[in-house]
Design a protein around this ligand. Structure first.
Ligand SMILES: [Zn+2]
Length: 150
């Protein structure tokens, strides 16, 4: 899988667009990622098993999940995660299927790269916006929760 190491095998805009499409989070474990370094692109069907570099075969994954998936097919990976870690990845399956059908936000990726220069800086900016949204979301839910418990 040497062709997936490093960053050069896919255009920067496509890589960033896939990260954005998947909400800057690992599709397998749902872990949100705050830096471009911990984000990777994972082949759903590995290259060595006939998978392509088409965006419909690529998803955002954290480094740990990418390493664990390795050259496994998605079904083999799910079985492995169940057997080895007791994890049911049914929800991940739905997320992956929905993600790969989504249109890539290429224009947004192009604009971010034009403004920020690098994927790392573009991701950092988007991730901080995302974190703010989560914090605000929690505050709102908290306020509603305390309101409801009165
Ligand atoms: Zn993960």
């Amino acid at each position: 899988m040497s062709n997936t190491h490093g960053m050069k095998w896919i255009r920067h805009t496509t890589r960033l667009a896939i990260y954005l499409r998947d909400g800057l989070a690992c599709v397998w474990c749902g872990e949100g990622v705050e830096s471009a370094r911990s984000l990777t692109l994972d082949h759903i069907t590995p290259r060595c098993r006939g998978g392509t570099n088409d965006p419909t075969n690529l998803v955002t994954a954290c480094r740990d999940c990418n390493d664990r998936k390795g050259d496994k097919l998605m079904s083999e990976f799910f079985r492995h995660m169940w057997d080895a870690h007791g994890l049911d990845l049914t929800a991940s399956y739905r997320k992956v299927m929905a993600s790969r059908r989504r249109v890539l936000p290429r224009e947004q990726a192009r604009e971010l790269l034009a403004a920020r220069g690098t994927i790392a800086r573009a991701v950092a900016r988007e991730a901080s916006k995302l974190c703010n949204a989560v914090v605000i979301g929690r505050a709102v839910t908290g306020a509603i929760g305390s309101e409801a418990s009165k």
